[in-house]
Design a binder for this molecule. Structure first.
Ligand SMILES: C[S@@+](CC[C@H](N)C(=O)[O-])C[C@H]1O[C@@H](n2cnc3c(N)ncnc32)[C@H](O)[C@@H]1O
Length: 392
């Protein structure tokens, strides 16, 4: 019922039992037995009636329904934000008819959108037919990075319209791929300033919550000279400057981004403490003389070959006894699961050559690049960024 014609053509009739190429372990067999039972419509009907299993059965049903409806929920969220309702309700409760001019939507459409937003916790009914912000809406109103990502997701939703074509590598060029201008390679010429501005602005506004988490989870004050590679327009180093007041800071990024960083950071009163250097880490050597190099949300943008070039460049630029810190979402249990293995994995698929890696996969690349002591650190917000510290 949910599948379009072209999707039906893609569905397969799988044999009941897989070919006996690799023997299943005892644990696998037990899990398979439980899965078969759980997939039985008769058992599901029974579990829904039996008092002890009913809560679990309902929880599974709700989870399944949320997955089915997730795209619609995202569209409600997108409409709520882009129609200006988040800002309007933040200012105070309103009746739908008071919001028509602000949102550009006729009253019945507004009522429908507000009702849907209320069902998702973004809005909440108030007295006399008014709506205010719901608790989830309030959390969003205090998080400009999340609001910017929601607006940006319009491109992603378009690119994910045919996920199988994307997975097969048969989709036309994606909007997300065009947005991140460096993913197709930086080429001989530096990108034009306007080609990097949109993504640099988005990174700056979403960086605040990452920087807050990473600086809480790592002792930057132990280091004297810190280099942030792919540092964007400097938001991360701005936070590091506060937690490591004695450290000299260097930002390295593509030339137009480094120039934008220097302009932006000129107002931050860091004086001589901060240098911004333009270059291409796939072609140029990195500035030396640092006891800590950071890669924040940089590695996952690139394929293994580019990452290896980058890690070797970091290894070569580090002082003796220096460390490399990687901070980004990572794959695998327990923290990665949803946001890394589902959201970021498909975002990066739409973007191009990058991928979400497990801490082990990072470790393997780090070892190939000449790092020996590799430690995964428990970050304070592992959904957004897990940390790996590596030393030669
Ligand atoms: C996803 S952004 C992350 C920015 C910042 N670290 C943050 O977390 O907000 C990746 C950054 O890497 C930079 N970058 C990509 N390819 C690069 C290259 N070949 N040389 C230097 N910087 C590069 C981009 O310009 C961009 O600023």
């Amino acid at each position: 019922m949910w599948m379009a014609d072209s999707d039906e053509a893609n569905s397969q009739d799988w044999p009941d039992t897989p070919p006996p190429t690799l023997a299943l372990t005892l644990g696998d067999r037990l899990r398979e037995a439980v899965t078969r039972l759980a997939a039985s419509p008769r058992l599901q009907a029974w579990a829904g009636r039996f008092p002890l299993t009913r809560p679990l059965a309902r929880q599974q049903m709700r989870g399944l329904f949320d997955l089915c409806a997730g795209f619609v929920y995202s569209q409600v969220l997108y409409a709520f934000v882009t129609a200006g309702l988040l800002e309007a309700l933040r200012a105070g409760p309103r009746r739908p008819e008071e919001l028509t001019r602000h949102s550009g939507l006729p009253e019945p459409a507004l009522r429908r959108l507000l009702q849907a937003a209320a069902a998702l916790g973004l809005a909440a009914p108030r007295s006399r037919g008014r709506f205010g912000l719901g608790l989830r809406g309030a959390a969003l109103a205090g998080n400009p990075g999340a609001v910017a990502m929601i607006r940006h997701h319009r491109l992603l939703y378009g690119d994910l319209a045919d996920p199988l074509a994307l997975l097969r590598g048969e989709a036309p060029p994606t909007q997300i791929g065009r947005y991140w201008t460096y993913v197709e390679g930086t080429g001989a010429d530096a990108p034009a300033p306007d080609a990097v501005q949109a993504y640099s602005d988005l990174m700056a506004v979403s960086q605040a919550m990452i920087a807050e988490a990473v600086t809480r989870g790592f002792p930057f004050r132990r280091y004297r000279r810190i280099l942030d590679v792919g540092g964007g327009t400097g938001t991360f180093l701005e936070h590091v400057a506060q937690t490591a007041p004695g450290a000299a800071l260097t930002l390295f990024d593509l030339p137009p981004v480094a120039t934008a960083a220097a302009d932006r950071m000129a107002h931050k009163r860091l004086g001589d403490r901060l240098r911004c250097i333009g270059g291409d880490f796939t072609a140029d050597s990195l500035p030396s003389g640092h006891d800590l190099i950071t890669l924040v949300r940089v590695v996952y943008d690139h394929d293994d070959a580019t990452v290896l070039t980058l890690l070797k460049a970091c290894r070569a630029a580090l002082d003796k006894g220096g460390s490399l810190l990687i901070a980004e979402p990572m794959s695998g249990r327990p923290a990665g699961e949803r946001i890394a293995d589902a959201y970021f994995s498909f975002y990066l698929l739409a973007m191009g050559p990058g991928e979400i890696r497990s801490p082990d996969a990072h470790g393997a690349l780090l070892r190939q690049a000449g790092f020996g002591r590799i430690t995964a650190l428990p970050g304070p917000m592992p959904d957004l960024a897990r940390l790996i510290l590596a030393r030669p």
